[in-house]
Every structure is written in C-alpha cells, then in structure tokens.
Design a protein around this ligand. Sequence first.
Ligand code: BES
Ligand code: ZN
Length: 847
Amino acid sequence: MPSERLADFFLPYHYQIKLDINLKTLDVTGQTNITGNLQKPAKSVRLHARGLMVKQIDLIYGASHHHELKWKTNSEASELIIDLPEKFPQNASMEIAVTYSLKVTETMEGIYPSYYKIGSKKKLLLSTQLESHHAREAFPCIDEPAAKATFDLSITTSKGQTVLSNTLVKGEQSEGTKKTTLFETTPKMSTYLLAFVIGELGYKEKTTKNGVKFRVYATTNNINRVDFALETGGKVLDFYNKYFGIPYPLKKCDMVAIPEFASGAMENWGLITYRESALLLDSKNSSLFTKQWVALVIAHELAHQWFGNLVTMAWWDDLWLNEGFASWVEFFAVAELFPNWNMWAQFVSEDYHSAITDDALANTHPILQPVNDPREINEIFDNITYRKGSSIIRMLHAYMGKKAFRKGLQNYLKKYQYNNATTNDLWQSLEESSDLPITKFMKAWTKQKGFPLIKWSQKKASILLTQERFILSPHERALSKDKTVWPVPLNLIGTKNHFTLTKRSESWKIKPKKQIKFNIDQTGFYRVHYEASKLKNLNLLLREKALSVPDRAGLVNDVTEMARAGYSKTHEILDFLLVFQDETAPPVWDMISAFTANTWLSLGDEKFYVHFKPYGRELITLQYNRLGWKKKTNESHFDTLLRPTILAMAVKFEDDKAINKAKDLFIKWSNGKSLDPDIRRIVYAASMRHGGISEFNLLHSAHKNEELAEEKRRIAAGITNAIQPEIINKTLNLLNSSEIRQQDLVSWVFGLYANRFSREKVWQWQQNNWEWIEKTYGGGHLISYFIQSLAVFSSEQKTREIKNFYKNKDLTGIKRTLDQTLETIELQAAWRKQDYRSTLSWLQQYK
Ligand code: BES
Ligand code: ZN
C-alpha cells in the first residue's frame, strides 16, 4: 500500500521564505509563510519539517489572524502537526506562518557548507541539495514532488557574498554588515528544485538565442575554467528549445561549480549545481574524457529543466522517468552538437554495458519499483534507474523512429507542463503520436526485472529463436523459475527485415545468411548467444569491416559475457578477441579491456599472470605501436580517447617499454615539464606501482597543492596503486584526514580495493571505520560505493566474511547493493572454479 501523501490534506500554492544566515556560526533563522488549501475538512495541518526548531506558528484565515497556534512534532516521520483553532471546511484557503531556526548540517544535503582553500586561505561556500526530500530541512513544507507551488525567497547574510537562487534578483537591501537579497517569484514547481548558493564567486555570461541570461559561476580561483561549460551550455539550451518545442521557461539560467558535492550535478530550476569535476575544464590540464563528461552532465541537467522541472514525476517511484530520460537525451544532444565524437558508440560501452551487466544479477530490480518513503530513493539511484532507463528509451526511439518519438514527447511536455505525470502518461502520448502499442511494448521492460537472452539456430528458410531471462550466475540461474517473456525487437545486420519475438520460442521466416549479427547498433536491450561455430562466421563479418562501432562493441560485450556466465569457455573467448588487434575504436576496446580486467580479477593468481600478461601484450601490440605516448597533430577524437585505454593495458600487462616510458615521463613531470592530461593517470599509476616512497612523496605533495578537482582525482588513482605495505599504511592514514574532500574519499577507497596489494588492508580499514563512514555518508548517495568497491574479491571465504561483518549493521539504503556485491563475488568465485584450469592451460602457449 502506498503510504499517505500530505498533499492529499493540505495543498500549498505559494511559499514566502525568509532566511537569515550567519556565516560564522552557521545558524539560520527562518520565517516561512505557506498559503494553501485544505483538501478535506480538518482540525489540523501536517507539514514536513526536519531538524527545524520551531518558535511560533500563526494563522491568517480570511480577515482573521490567529496567534501562536499549538503544534507537535513527529520526528520519525519528519512532520510538524499544527492544531487549527477550529475545524475548517474543505477548500478553506489559509496562510500558515512558521518562525523557526536551524543549524546548517555537514552532510552535503539540505543547506550545507563546502570548505575549500585558495592558496592557504580557508574559505566557505554555502549551498543546498534538496532532492529528494531535504527541502524540509530548510523550511516547513509539503515536501512531495506533486505539491507544486510558487516561491518567493529572500536571504539575509553578510555583505560581500554572491547570493544566488532559482530566479533573478528582484531587489537588495543593506543594513549594517548585512545584505538582504530578494528573488523574483519562481514558476510553479516542486520543493526539491528550490536552491540557493552563497559564496565568493566569479562568473562568465552570455545571452542565448532566445534571450536567456546564461551564466557559469565558480569559486574565484576557478573562473578561468568555465568557458567550455558556458559555450556548451548555451548551445545545449538552444538545441533543447528547438527539440522540445517549448522555450526555456525562466529568464535566467545559472550553473555553479560547488567544491563539496555528493552526486555529479543537480538540476535545480534556473540554478544548476555541479561537482567541480563535472563542470570545469582547464585548457592545459583537462583530459578529452573530462571534456566529454562535462558536456554530457550539462546536457543531462539542462534536459531536466523541461523533463523533470517543467513536467515532474508524480511520485518518486517514477524517478526513472526523470533520470532515464535525461540520461538518454544527454547523449542525443551531445551527439548532435559534437557529431565527430561518435557518442552513440560510446553509449554502448557506457550506459548500455553497465546497465545490462547489473541487470543480469538475480538481485536486480524492475525499473518501476514502489517507493513508499523518499528515504528509499538512495537505493534506486543506480544503473537500473539511470542506465537501463536510458537504454530502453534508446530502444524505444529506434522502434518508433525519431519523428514520432519527438512529436509524442513534445505533446507530453505541453500537456503536463507546470504539472506532474507518470510513466503511463508518457507512453500514452507516444502511442498517440505513433499509432504503435507503446504501453504494451514497454510494459515488460519497465515492470519486470532482467532482460532476455536470445538463442537461435539457422534452418533452411528460417531462424528458430528462443528467449529466456539471462542470469549471469549459473548457480542463481539454476534456482530461478523466471518465465518472463519480453517483446524483443529483432533485426539483422545487412537486412532491412525485422521481427518482434513475443513468445518463448518462435520461428522467424527469413532466409538466413551464413554470417549473422543480431541487434543492429545494439539498440535492443537483450543479449544474443553466439556459440563457437557462429563466432567463426562472425570473424568474417569483422574482417570485411561490415559492422559499425556500436555493433562491434555490442558484439564483444555479448560474447565476453557468455564466458562469465558459463555458456562459453573463457579460452575460446580470449582466442576470439585476438581478431580485434587492428580494432581502433575506443568503445570496442573498453569492452575488451573490461573483460580482460574481469578475467584478471576473477581467474588470476601469480601463476596465471605469468601467461596472461604476454597474451595481453600480444592483444594490444598493434595499437600500442600505432598510438605511442605522444599525441599526433590533428589526430582523431577516437585516437586520443583510445590511447589511455591501450597504455593502461600495456602497463597492466607489464610491457617493459611502457613502464620505462611512464617512469621517464614521471621524472620529467616532477621536474616541471608539462605532461599530456590524457595520459597522466597512467603515468602516475605506473610510476607508483613500479616505484616507491619517493614517487609517493611527489604525488602526495602534488595532491596537497592541487586545486583542480580532476587532477586531484588522477593523483589519487596514482597513489592508491602502491604495493609497499608502508606506503599503503600511509595512504590509509590519509583517508579520514582533512586532506581529502568528503566527496572524494570514495574514489580513494575504490582505488585501494582495485589494487590487489592493498585490497585486504582497505577492507580491514573499512571494518574499523564503519561507524565513521556511516555517520559521514549514511543516508546519502555515496555510502553505497563503499559496498560496491568490495566486488573485487572472488572467493567464497570473502563473501562469508563480508556477510558476517554486515550481519548486525544498519543496512538502510545499502541492502540491495550489498546483495548484488555478494552475488558478484560468488559468481566470480564460481567462474574461477569452472574455468581456471582450462584457461591456464590454453594460456601456456604465451610465455
Ligand atoms: N537529479 C539528479 C541528482 C539526484 C538524484 C539527487 C536523486 C538526489 C536524488 C541529477 O540530475 C543527476 O542525475 N545527476 C547525475 C549526473 C548525470 C550526468 C548522470 C549524478 O549526480 O550522478
Ligand atoms: Zn538527472
């Protein structure tokens, strides 16, 4: 049963919020007046409020003014229950005025501080993160996405600060050392989209084609790093104006880089906040990968200004609608604006690959998942919501065609603007624009967990097809009784025919060719099984260069996953991969690299590595020699992206030349010579791995002095690659020190787990520090990464140990992640048992 919604009793339509914020003590006093209507006759009103110290509540009803109403708090439910002076009728309109105070918290939610340094000067920035249910920590409200209202905000704080909110500044008043900033009334919107930022900020601006005042803000030391965001953001905004067919609804749009940020970015209407590494680009120190990432994140958040902010999900169980759509359209926009980046091929090795990998676990979940309490949202902030979401929208887009899709989308936005909608409402609009049974088609993909594996055989004039749910773990597969059937849109490279498989087994009347690759451009969310004999035929297609990049990436993904699942032998797959030596596309190599890394992790031990390394070196030699370490003038986008992937493999497979080259570049870098940002991570990591305390000291002091978040992260990836116990201990001691920003710790921990020499030690550290981790990250998005990072183990002994440790812990928000992680470790252990010997024996030929 869905839990009660407060908006069913009292529905606000306007908020007037005044906050007085002391930046020294971080005390806030607030006055919030909420005007709304009773939805039912009532003697009391319930509002959301959390951590607010209420001083007084008054009521204005018609001409009468009631002072000092009584109230109770229900802290378990984060509710404020206000007694009305009498029973009021349905539709009674009233204004409730609440006076309160609050203390800023350090949790990267609600109103929270970022501490940062410019040179040796300590600085403070204050900002908000109210999605999903933290508006109630800043002001009393009906904190539900369907309770849309308008907002008038005013903020009083010390002079000399830039104060930003969703809308333009309407007026400023100054009084002594204080300044009050008043903002224009917002459009009708959900509480989670309100935002403000207070800090010493600089900005650059431009006006978009439609006359929107567009600015990018950052702390003053970063102001020369906002140009790419300004330029790209402006183009994306213009693009969406056209694509969505509705002009951007506000007069201004600000994007701000925030020093401490729990997720990647947040789409607050008109005031989008970002983690620094997702917005800033440094002309000398940013990698091409970061550039793409910044463009994607911007395109994602700007899409929400329409899809999410203008039309909002009715409740959190449709979060996927917001996030899955934005995750699809971010690629769509960037692909349009940067056609030579080949974004759709990269989609396959990014979103599609992560989604279809996670969705193959027995412990996955349907995209549509009931969420009774917004606290459960952190659990669905995952690859299924985002990336399976974006993948099935891509499949739908291919199924409908782009014209009908866009038309339906525009109708949907128009129909529900300034209002709320559900998944079904979107399907309805798309159905009307296409005359296709969209609701029926999408049902299985959103309501059922998992996806199908297609097995097939060629007959004389047909292909016999079967589908079954693909579960990676042979153990879980044997236990599963899942009989789900999906409508699977099938097609074949080289033909225009298509076929929707709707039964468990069906015959497709088509004259099959010898060489078959299903799923053109890998737009369908399913896997196809190619047994050894079929792989041979595929070799031909590959040699004839008949496959697109997404097809090749998708094929490698399908084929390699069959080894992990026990459908194919690992050595057959390793052998097959050798056909890709002259492959030049990064998405394909990302898939190859993911598989060799998995093999390394799950099957590897020192004896295994002796033979696996020369195999790996043979696999990459051609590309290694082609690309080298130095960027060529005018080289292709893909070559620049591919270089770090290949070099990282060369270092992993211990190519002596590569290691020496990295060390050489490291020495030059430490002497002040510039180093190509695209290969820095590899240079740091290789030098640390094959170096010692002097490399550690160099990297450590570089980290301390570095201001660019992106570079800090690369250095962290370098440091966590050390093998000496003393250095690992030193690194562990850094973890809960002020040297590492709260937002960045997970990437250090992740690095230490990925390194087999520090894995055990960081696991000990995590157990010893769990209480602190819980206190610092509990309730937020980041805590689940501490659990996910454990998926690098591959023994049953470890699953027992982990289970045992978490047995008595509070698992709110991490339960599913823990189950998925344990399942992953178990299946890696099973793979090892199954294929270790045969793979090692095949590998003996490599010396
Ligand atoms: N709205 C989300 C962030 C969010 C979701 C905050 C749920 C709180 C609860 C934002 O639009 C988002 O999706 N950010 C992504 C980046 C994006 C490019 C995938 C993130 O933070 O990872
Ligand atoms: Zn989003």
